[in-house]
Design a protein around this ligand. Sequence first.
Ligand SMILES: Cc1ncc(C[n+]2csc(CCOP(=O)(O)OP(=O)(O)O)c2C)c(N)n1
Ligand SMILES: [Mg+2]
Length: 324
Amino acid sequence: MAAVVAPPDPGTLAGLYRQMLLIRRFEETVYYLFLEGEIPGTLHQCQGQEAVAVGICDLLRPTDWITSTHRPHGHALAKGVTARAAMAELYGKSTGCCAGKGGSMHLGDPAVGMLPAIAIVGAGNTVVTGLGLAFKLRRTDQVAVCFFGDGASNEGAFHEGMNFAAVRRLPIVFVCENNLYGASTPFHAVSALIDVADRAAAYGIPGHVVDGMDVLAVREAGARAVASARAGDGPTLLECKTYRFVGHSRSDARGYRESDEEAAWQERDPIPRLRAVLVGHEAVGLEAVEDLESEVEAAIDDAVEFARASPDADPNEALTDVYA
Ligand SMILES: Cc1ncc(C[n+]2csc(CCOP(=O)(O)OP(=O)(O)O)c2C)c(N)n1
Ligand SMILES: [Mg+2]
C-alpha cells in the first residue's frame, strides 16, 4: 500500500523523539514523587507505550479530540496538555488541567481536544461515539480517537461503540493499546482470538495490527485511519502491540510476568530505537539529540517546581465545571 504521509522529515522525527522522551521522563519522575508521598492517590503509568500516544497524536489537529483511560499521562502530554498542567493535576493543585479536581486518572483538557480521561474500563468506547456523531452532524472534518486497552476489548461497550460508529460511519479511530495484560490477566486467557484487530470484521470496518513499539509504524498506520475518518469513510480499528515496562498500578509487583518476557520487550523500547535513527541522521546528529534531551529534563524540572509552588485545589470550586 502507498504511504499516506510523507516520510517524516528531520524536524518531525525530532519532535516525535522529544514527545516520547517527555512522557518517559514525566513517568519516571512522578514514580519517585509518588513513592516519596508528594503525589496523592495512585498512578497507572505508561513507560514502554509512548510510541502509540505520540505516533497517533502527531497526526491530529488541536480541534480533533481524544478519549483516554485510567492510564492517561502519555495521551495527555501527546495531545498537548503541558507538563506543568499535567504535573499540577497529579499534585491536586488548582493550576492543574482539571483544576486539581481529577488527578492522575482524569487528565484532560477540552482546550486541547482531550476529554478528561475516563477510568471505567471500556467506557470511552461508547463516549467517543458522541464526539464522532457531533462532528458528523455538524459537518466538520474533525476526527475523534479512542485509546483503550486489550482488557477493554472484552467489555460490552467496546462492541456497542464499534457497531454504532461503523453503522453511522462516524469519523473515529479506535486505538487499542494491547499491552498483553488487563491488570494481571494475560490477554490470551480471556480471548480466543490472538488479535483484537480481527474483531473489526464483525462490524464491517478495517482492522489492522501495528507494531506499537515503533512510532513510525504507528504514525503510518494512524495516518491512513485518520485520513479515512476525516474523508467521511468511517472508523478504523488499530491494534498496537505494546508493553508496559512497569506494574499495572503503583502497588503491582508484576509477579504474574516472566523476567524473560520483560527483557524481550525492553529490547524493543521505542525511545532508544528512534534515538539511534536521529543520532545517525545527517541532518540531526548526537549534539542536537543531547540538546533536546537537556530541554526535556528542564521541562520536567520546571513542571515539578511549578506544581510544588501552586496553590491546592480550592474546595469552593468543587462544583465548578461539573454541571452544564
Ligand atoms: C468496568 C471496570 N471494570 C474493572 C475496573 C478495574 N480495572 C481498572 S484497570 C483494569 C485493567 C484494564 O486493562 P486494559 O484495558 O488492558 O488496560 P491497561 O491497564 O492494560 O492499560 C481493571 C480491571 C474498572 N476500572 N472498570
Ligand atoms: Mg492491557
